[in-house]
Design a protein around this ligand. Sequence first.
Ligand code: PLP
Length: 405
Amino acid sequence: MDKEVRKLIREETQRRDDSINLIASENYASKDVREALGSVFLDKYAEGYPAERYYAGNGVIDALEKLAIQRARKLFSVSSGEWDVNVQPYSGSPANLAVLHALIPRGEKIMAMSLAMGGHLTHGHKASVTGKIWEQVPYGVDRLREEIDYGELLHIALVARPKCIIAGGSAYARKIDFKRMRTIADEAGSILFVDMSHFAGLVAGKMYPSPFPYADVVTTTTHKTLRGPRAAMIFSKKNYSPAINKAVFPGIQGGPHMNQVAAIAVALHEAGTPAFRKYASRVIENAKALANELERLGWRIVSNGTDTHLFLVDVAHRGISGGVASRELEKAGIILNKNMIPFDARTPGDPSGIRIGTPAMTTRGMGMREMRYIAGYIHAILLKKNVAETKKMIKILAKKFPIAR
Ligand SMILES: *Cc1c(COP(=O)(O)O)cnc(C)c1O
């Protein structure tokens, strides 16, 4: 490889090894996943679907795509009689766009948690193409408990009568009651679309409620808690899948990245093992331990805790902005992101909160004891106590839990 890129790879490897990664949407894929990504599948054009390709030479590719689909159904315990799976989306954003493009006429209403309350850009935010093509009807959390208020949600849905209701987001720490979401969708005459990108690995590990008994469509990225390659999948009930497949290709995408599909297949296999189930349980255990310890140190945790791999800390409560907090922590070797909190009085550019997640450090083998250390380090850095000493300890702790190569 050329020297310049080689050098950057070396630098990034060093950066990762030396820091504590609390970005809730990140993880470290296995060597097998990376090997599949760099495999010969990288080079093949395979526009179309198994047995319906536009190019020759796709016999092996067909077997690969069918294997990935079969493993996806098996992992989430869904039957081939009821659910189809599309494993071609390049990532979560095109997957969500494809679902909306397939099922929702232009200009119609889509109801989703607003970005500011913990939703995702691709659920109809104005800055996203989804917010330009469709009209978002936002919902959020209640002020007191900072959890979804299903009564309010029903009320909004009955007034707006959206074509679909999206459940799932990127900064919501609590379990979602999919059964109630189904009832609300039925009463409003809406499709129930669950975006499980963040918690898919927890569903796979049976540590979070499965949306499949209730949803019409489920999308997920494969690189977050699921710990696979950067890619996505769309599960849909049989009546929706022909339109969705057409929306993915040729609607939005061209040739599928078959190396990603190979890596998805590998990750789905890994996620079906008892070791992964243990991992999912430890991810949540660690998030709870970290949130509890921060709370003990006087930090306000949004919704008072977490059921998942992530939570939000209201740092503005102690007079620090989310932007300043994430910058100071980065300088000390703790990597996370600033985040809006519900009813945020500050701006998205410098919000009141930080988002903390445990999938990556749990992959590196950390447990509850290390979570308590990390809480102490965050506390020290943000309150500027023993900064130099704390930075050293952060680096030592990170190095004690190397990333598997
Ligand atoms: C991460 C995420 C996406 C988008 O995924 P990309 O792969 O970054 O495009 C979509 N929806 C939710 C809820 C997410 O968390």
